[in-house]
Structures are given as structure tokens and as C-alpha cells.
Design a protein around this ligand. Sequence first.
Ligand SMILES: [Zn+2]
Ligand SMILES: [Zn+2]
Length: 418
Amino acid sequence: MILPLSVVSAATPPATPPPPLPPPPLLWQELGLERTLEQALPELVLLRRHLHRHPELSGHEQQTAALVAGELRRWGWQVREGVGRTGVLAELGPADGPLVALRCDMDALPIEERTGLDYASSRQGLMHACGHDIHTVVGLGVAQLLASVRERLTARVRLLFQPAEETAEGAAWMKADGAMEGVQALFGVHVFPSLAVGTVGVRSGSFTAAAGELEVEVLGEGGHGARPHQSTDAIWIAARVVSGLQEAISRRLDALHPVVVSFGRIEGGKAFNVIADHVRLLGTVRCLDLELHAQLPAWIEETVQALCQGLGGAARVRYRMISPPVHNDPALTALVADAACDLLGRGQVQWLEQPSLGAEDFAELLEDTRGTMFRLGVAGPQGCTPLHSNTFRPDEGCLAVGVQVLTLSLLRWMEHPV
Ligand SMILES: [Zn+2]
Ligand SMILES: [Zn+2]
């Protein structure tokens, strides 16, 4: 048995006991990693709770980064701080060996936490609601395990503790500071509330979507609410833009290549009886196909202009590419899947049928390097609310699973770099 999940779980014990674990993989046994992780876990749980209590917004991860750097130095890693602004980069292993990397993100969200946990966020309006506190601590667990077998490392391992994933800026910041130079394979992880704790989800190829940020300004002409015919009502036109874009997607784009446009913010108007002359719509665009994504800004602009002009108004449209899609390398994905099967049992590894329309700036790091990212199950016996919800409460049993799967994946990559 590798680890009883209840040792690290803050939740009540599962109603049904987890399936028996397979015997530990030989390499795992030989290196004594089972015992090392067992000893490390209580501290990892405390670290995670500390981070959860002290979330920091994207680009402002100073305290988190300082804590991470301190822990890494404690385990003998060579650490560079301030890589990609508040990012931390650490290396261990032979300088002349092949180079493999793991990326973990560190930032929190502007959300007011409502979990009621005794280690809930102490910072008003800030919360680790996407599990990046888990990712950071999983990375620290991997660092500790690898440090315990440093003389056996046959490749150099680089850890990227990345800031600002939520704003899709941090990966580019770290890359610009050379964090991906020389990296031959990159691993990543994200918690996943639809999967039970103790399980992981893997997928080859398309994994997450390309994403963009869309801003539409609808320009009309103000007037008296009693006499709309003497003005150009920007609110009416904006409403038509919101629904018209959805209709155009279903009539003008190939349904076999899904495109999602969601407006999350709408601003306009001054008074109940005044026709608004200006409305601003802010939204996000997702699709899985990079080529199609490249064509979307022009298509959206044309569609929005036609809708506005047809109703007597005008529009200004701005589009910002946020992130390309994540494409998981098949060989590296198979390596992670095999490691997870050997550690957790075949039944605990799910091959995901569908990609996600969520976005991940991990994709930015994959532009010149092969890599793979997997989903880490975090749902406890009572399930788990979605990512970015103010009641998001992952089961901490996932920490051990994440550390195990990533550590073994890195060690196996060293044995046979694929
Ligand atoms: Zn998120
Ligand atoms: Zn996230």
C-alpha cells in the first residue's frame, strides 16, 4: 500500500473504501519514496493550508514565491527568484544531463471565499478557487522527493512555479525570462472537481481550448426614453449583438468545430428615462482549433459591424488572443498514464473522451517543447463544486496522488526520455 488517503484528507472518511492499491512500482520501492512521501505529507498539508489562507492575486505572488523559494532551498535546489516577475525557477540534477521540467501555477482569484473552512482565506475578496495552492504544494512535494534521491537523478529537473495563470500572462513572462530554454519535455497538472480523489484524467492531443478576450463597444445616439425613434438606442443594439452573435455562430460556423462566445460584463446607460448612446460588452471566446481561432477576430468584427449597422448604430471591436490550445504529446501522456496506473491502479486512470473549452496558459510554454498536462481528481465523498466557485473545496487526499504521479513520471522520463 502506498498511502492511505485518509491520512491526509481533511474531509470525513469516504463512505465506500477506495479500491486496493497495486504493489508500488519497483523504482518507487527501490528508492524508498513511499516512506519519504509518508513523512513529508503532514507538512505538505500544513503548507497547502497556509497558502490557502494567504491567497495572492495574479502577478502579486510575492509571499507565495518567497515561501516556495525557501522550501526549495531547504531541499538543496538551485533557486532563481523573480523569473517572470514573481515566478520561481529551481533546478536539480546533473548539469550536463537532458532537461525535463514541471510547471505549477501559484495565483489566486478575486473571489470572496464561502467554504467555512477553518483555514479559509484570511484576505477579503481573494481565494484559491482554482486549486493553484494544491498545484504549488504538489510541486514542493515533488521537489522534496526528488531531492531525497538526488544522487540517482540522470537528468536535470527544472521546476517552474508560475505566476499569473488566471490572467494568462505568467507563462509568457517566464518564457520571456528564458524559463523554457533547453527543456526537452514539460509536465503539468490541474485539479479537476469532476473526478474523485484518488483518480486522474489523461488525454492525448487536444486538451484545452484556445481563448480570446472580446470587447465590443456599441455606439448609438442618446435621447429621451419617451421618444426612442429620435435616437439610436445602444442598449437595444447591444442586446441584438449578444443574441445575434450566438445565432450567427450556429448558422455561419461549422458545428463540428465548436466556438463559444460568452459575455461576462455589460456596461451602459445613465438613467432610467435616457436612451443610452454607448454600451460596452466584455466577453470570452473559446475554440479547440487553432486555425479557426485565428480567423475568429475578423469574423466576429464583420458580424458585429453588420448587426450594429443594420440597426442604425456603429461598433468598435477589439480582440485579444489570450492563449493557444493545449496539445498533449501522446508519448508523454502515455508515460504519465502508465505511472498513474502503476501507482493507483488501472481503474483509477480515466482516458478523457472530450477536451475542455477551458483555457490554460500552459499552452504558451508548449510552443517550442513537447509536454503533457493531466487532471487530478479532487472530489471527496460529498463531491466538489466547480472551479472558480466560492465554495470550491478540493479533498486534500489529492496532494499525495499528484506528488506520486508527477515524481514517478519525471523519474521514468529520465530512464527513457521520450
Ligand atoms: Zn482558474
Ligand atoms: Zn487553474
